[in-house]
Write a protein that binds this ligand. Sequence first.
Ligand SMILES: [Zn+2]
Length: 640
Amino acid sequence: MNHIFRTSNSETAKYSARELAKYLTAITGSNTFAIECVTQLPKRDAGITLCLMQDAGIPTDVENTELDDAIFVDIKAGCGIIAGSNERAVLIGVYQFLTALGCRFLRPGDDGEILVRMPLNEMNVHLEHTASYRHRGVCIEGADSYENVVDMLHWLPKVGGNSYFAQFPTSYTFFNQWYSHKKNAFKQPEYFDREIGAEMTQNAAQEAKRAGLLYHAVGHGWTCGCLGIEGLNWEPQKIELNEDQKECVALVNGQRVLFGDIAVDTNLCYSSEKVRQRLTDFVVEYAKEHPEADYIHLWIADNFNNHCECERCQTMTPTDWYVSLIQLLDEKLTANKLPTRIVFLLYFELLWPPTSPVKLNTDRFTLMFAPFTRTFGQSYAECTQIPQTLPEFHRNQVKLPEKVDDYIGHLHAWQAVFDGDSFDYDYYLGCAHFGDPSYYKISQLISRDVKYLKEMGINGIISCQVMRAFFPNGLPNYTMMQTLWDDSIEFDALSDDYYSHLYGEDWKACKTYFKSLADCVDVAFWQVPPKGFRSEDVAVKALGMLEAADAFEPVVMENLGKYDNPTLNLSWDYLSYHLTYCRLYGRFVSAKASGDEMTANLYWSQFKDFVCENEDALQRVLDVYYLTHNAEYAKKYRKI
Ligand SMILES: [Zn+2]
């Protein structure tokens, strides 16, 4: 019998031990593992012990053992210790040990993994590492099945991730966008309602906690929620406000109404004492009822230039009111002995710092930098024109920055006021990635950005993204999590290692294909198209995608179905779809950028039909809803 000892009875400790037993059984091909819970550390040669570093007398250099992850792995001839600075880090340590043996976790799911085979007594691994950044996680967006979310939650710690953010009071809207299949005429809608959405959110939270992840909650929905209007999405609704609600919402252009009929987009009259008490009480109640929330995000309206113009609100800037509001919340949470951390955001009007010095409790607050309108043609590392002064603030006449330099200017101004914990809430895989079918260019950018975060004084990324961003592969997600875990990893070495495990012996041909595609794409064209979508350069370059697909097709045909290994087989299967995807996409973009609307519409229809028709085959890797929704609504592409 081979022993796996755990020194804790928590759900995460049980999960870590079972994961280790599961993988060692598969790797050794021997069903001889037994898990035992022990109160004292066994001898090093008695088996593998999972424990906290503190309990094993191993020093850690982390600032906060609850939040910061460090690992210590010392296995000789299949026996020894896997320790972490907290229970989540122990689980990460298990996966880092398996990775050091040669295993790879390339996509979520069993068929996204490559496992080695070796006997237990040949396992010798020594690792000591502290995560480069504290915050390493994703925030739900897109159209997701419950399984998509849980697959992602299980995958994150395998690649060094540690956080999950379930946006809104429940993730109803993201689940509903999948189960209703609204944008896909080839699929039948399934019954779905808010109660199911709430249950799925709760169950996913349990899974996240089981994997030890730091759990972030809510963000959108407080402002309307505290008035009794549930804000679960951005759908306009005709709601007649009662007198009490009317008094509370912002006065904009002489009216107190829901902004654009969208509840979560509506600001409140933040100078009103009634509003301040109600909103903060509402957050305190949520914190009491949701102990699973390690971080609660207190966001205001998801729109801008709609702040209250009443006389009292005009006496201070939106940020000044916001800061006084979160200070009140801090007092109330403290009075209720609630340790919940609160995330405040730099977004829209709140990008401008407070106008007078303030003291924010650094144990309570975490700064979230949200460069919502940034472009992805340029990395943070390439900023050379960071402004020293910000544009003057004018209520309801704000112009949002586009350049990354300008966003960093806002960040610097805030950092002069607040020197506590922070993370970047970024949007690489929200929709920008649809502009780069190679996934190579955006991965390179992610790597450069992550490596530069320390320079920016930022402690990690929570990635606002679709869960299904793995087509043709998971390189962007993988790069983000691995580089946040260890920012000394070079992109070339990381991508070579990734491709070689994902595609087997012909991986170099795959890399050539992705690099040639990367030369043909313009991420900014998809994200912020030029006027009239006209760009001769984009039109010419996009056709290169067809040539890249033609050149690569024989390699795909040779490898399709060649492997016994399901992970390799699936990887090549995805590439066979990707050839057609790139040809249709390249034709469409080229026609659109040439100004040939008729042809562009025809190609868009073909492209849309292709992704919709094949959604079942690509369900776990491509978010068809978000791709088509984003293109058709935000960018006015249309299907004829
Ligand atoms: Zn007001």
